[in-house]
Design a protein around this ligand. Sequence first.
Ligand code: UDP
Length: 394
Amino acid sequence: MAKYDYLIVGAGLFGAVFAREAADKGLKCLVIDKRPHIAGNVYTENVEGINVHKYGAHIFHTNLKNVWDYVNRFAVFNRFTNSPVANYKGELFSLPFNMYTFNKMWGVVTPEEAEAKIAEQKKEALSELAAAQGVSVEEFEPRNLEEQAISLVGVDIYEKLIKGYTEKQWGRPCTELPSFIIKRLPVRYTFDNNYFNALYQGIPVGGYTGMVENMLKGIDTKLGVDYFENKAELDELADNVVYTGAIDAYFNYSLGELQYRSVRFENELLDKPSFQGNAAVNYTDAETPWTRIIEHKWFEFGKDAEGNDIPKTVISREYSSEWKKGDEPYYPVNDEKNGALYAKYKELAEKENAALKEKGKKVVFGGRLGEYKYYDMDAVIARALEVAKMELGD
Ligand code: UDP
């Protein structure tokens, strides 16, 4: 008989939540990760009292009460509200697009003035776009991110706050990107710099690593273990595998490589209390090579665990790049071409399971990389809970 009920490949959020649910049902799990630490890309590391988000800023936000209650079982969340600042060639704008942004951009003062200005910008843009498509304004449908953005907020905001940032982040022209990416950006006519439209928001006090550690309490976890280097041996340990790595890597890229964006960070410890006075500053011009600078201490209000002001600061410049083998994949590129390739890998996964079934075995693919989906943290937790329910019952 196999030693474990589940072998879980990847100690990130999907893997940790699934492991917790299985363990709570009395099942035996082994969680492995090729990195030397748990928590996947939400991993935080304490540097001089500051919890540094080693794989980029993670701000927990959700509308899902069950997910919020769930994460609160494993961590105390602070009241951090994400309000990034955009730096366009030295000019600062508030994000997301709200009355502070519109006032700075056009000098408008009231919501009515702002609405009128945006309406005017949209009207101009829409008639040009519709003419280019050879349709009437009413018939016009945005076909890509650029058209979606311009028809949502007009040219001024698009040029100063969207185009450069997006093209740096995705390494592709906005005309070749799917419009859903931009739907993540809210527009409001109130003075409200809260980036997320979410009922619940915060950062786990003490960092995400502690939260995932609590999820994995009592569960066998082995770090620094590469699944593919020891696959046959590891597969012997359990009949069921939950695999949260990249789906194309699982099949040894046999159908070709899916595209991902990767991110590189340049971290600096500075001997001063503040660098930019905010957790996130986005550099929205095309020339600055980094997309944003994160100043980690502000996720916890510049205080250490005892509530004292921290005299130093850690900043990370974030550079976006095309993923190549050997890099960490961060963002799936959910365009048509990759979507079609992913669908083929999904078919392979089904075939794999049909073959495994004969041996009484199974593999479940989950998470941002396993499902090739731009999941936020809350969505990945919701998905892991859903999959756990399907797999393990109520
Ligand atoms: N975005 C933008 N300007 C900004 C911030 C975001 O145009 O200053 C757009 C951009 O297209 C980006 C998307 O919004 O790809 C999502 O950005 P967000 O920062 O929310 O993504 P994250 O990396 O945090 O998941």
